[in-house]
Design a protein around this ligand. Structure first.
Ligand SMILES: C[S@@+](CC[C@H](N)C(=O)[O-])C[C@H]1O[C@@H](n2cnc3c(N)ncnc32)[C@H](O)[C@@H]1O
Length: 366
């Protein structure tokens, strides 16, 4: 059986690898230059000198022999580089480093992000041909940030949301259904595209019961229930407490119907408002971009569209997520009903990443 040396085990990466390897039932030994075991006895631990110290090699070889080490997880970049050289120089072919170096991994991640940013730029240029697309550095930053958040929105839809903002009038951005905030972070970053001053309003109950989707197969409803959406609200609030500039966004922990009353000013939302240390924001009453990504059950999707779409002014956009949903046709029916209701008042409509985007014609009556 293989034995993995996790070195250094004192870094967050090293500790995480040790924990996961133990959970997989693998044999591991930790090492670091600390004076005591930083893992508090989670696994056998050996103190090693720093890699550049003259006594390192002998101590390392002793450790390998004593614990029967066959492979190494080198969590720190410098250790990875130094150990790689040492294994080659001393022909220690029985040992191998099993991970890429932290820096290499990070460079590879950014390479992927910049390639995706180029895809976003091309897609945005195609969807908003009259506008100059955002620069690649901005798009790469948006991708990096949003994909650090767990989410259920992906590249094409998120890029299309930015394309809409480039070509939208003044007004608020409203998101119904945010989960951890992936799409909300994109909307926040892109709120001023097209030269407008916009603020983001988010409505989500973050509640397993309030958010239960009965159109889902029962087994999937059970998984969602077990996940416990309640904890997600804490993560969402923490993310945007750090991310959102003052006066840029507000969020209410409530279903969209109650949120609509709060947005319209007919209900007091203070009890369910997140980011409470900041003053509440006054809604503009006009929604430049409405992103509907809440409960996909047919009655809920229809209600969201009926309630909120009249607040979208000429030139504004409605985005209905999961228009092509594999578990039901609620979002599709709601989207088709809006296309029919607006009729000649639809300037453009397209689907990107399973999301239906509808722009109201600038000439339509509001
Ligand atoms: C598919 S997730 C949203 C994904 C998110 N937009 C993203 O980019 O990752 C659906 C979210 O809708 C929320 N939700 C469920 N019912 C809702 C309702 N009636 N009003 C508003 N949000 C609701 C859920 O709590 C959940 O966070």
């Amino acid at each position: 059986m293989s034995v993995t040396l996790v070195f250094p085990v004192s870094t967050p990466d090293g500790r995480a690898y040790l924990k996961q390897a133990r959970e997989r039932g693998e044999r591991v030994v930790g090492a670091s230059c600390d004076t005591s075991d930083p893992t508090d006895g989670a696994a056998p631990w050996v103190r090693l000198p720093l890699v550049h110290e003259p006594e390192f090699l002998a101590a390392f070889l002793d450790l390998v022999q004593a614990h029967g080490v066959t492979q190494i997880h080198a969590a720190a970049h410098m250790v990875h580089a130094a150990l790689g050289d040492m294994l080659r120089e001393h022909d220690l072919t029985q040992l191998r480093i099993i991970n890429r170096s932290a820096l290499e991994t990070e460079f590879a991640r950014w390479e992927d992000i910049f390639a995706r940013a180029e895809h976003w730029r091309r897609l945005i240029a195609a969807l908003a041909p009259a506008q100059t697309p955002p620069e690649p550095a901005f798009l790469a930053g948006v991708i990096r940030l949003s994909f650090d958040l767990f989410g259920e929105s992906y590249d094409d839809k998120l890029a299309a949301l930015l394309a809409c903002l480039l070509d939208a009038p003044e007004g608020d951005i409203v998101e119904i259904g945010s989960l951890f905030g992936r799409s909300a972070s994109v909307l926040l970053s892109g709120r001023a595209l097209g030269g407008a001053e916009r603020r983001l309003f988010v409505f989500d109950p973050w509640s397993t019961e309030a958010g239960a989707q009965k159109d889902l197969p029962p087994i999937m409803q059970n998984y969602t229930r077990a996940a416990g959406l309640e904890r997600v609200a804490l993560a969402f609030e923490a993310t945007f407490a750090a991310l959102a500039p003052q006066g840029a966004m507000t969020a209410y922990r409530t279903p969209s119907v109650a949120g609509h009353a709060i947005y319209q000013g007919s209900a007091d939302g203070e009890a369910v408002r997140l980011l409470k240390t900041r003053p509440p924001l006054k809604p503009a009453g006009r929604i430049a971009l409405l992103h509907i990504d809440g409960n996909h059950d047919a009655p809920c999707a229809a209600e969201d569209v009926e309630l909120w779409s009249p607040l979208v002014p000429p030139g504004g956009w409605v985005a209905i997520d999961d228009y092509c949903w594999r578990y039901g046709d609620g979002p599709k029916r709601a989207g088709d009903a809006l296309l029919e209701r607006w009729g000649d008042g639809v300037a453009r409509a397209f689907v990107a990443g399973d999301c239906l985007f509808i722009q109201r014609t600038a000439a339509a009556a509001f």
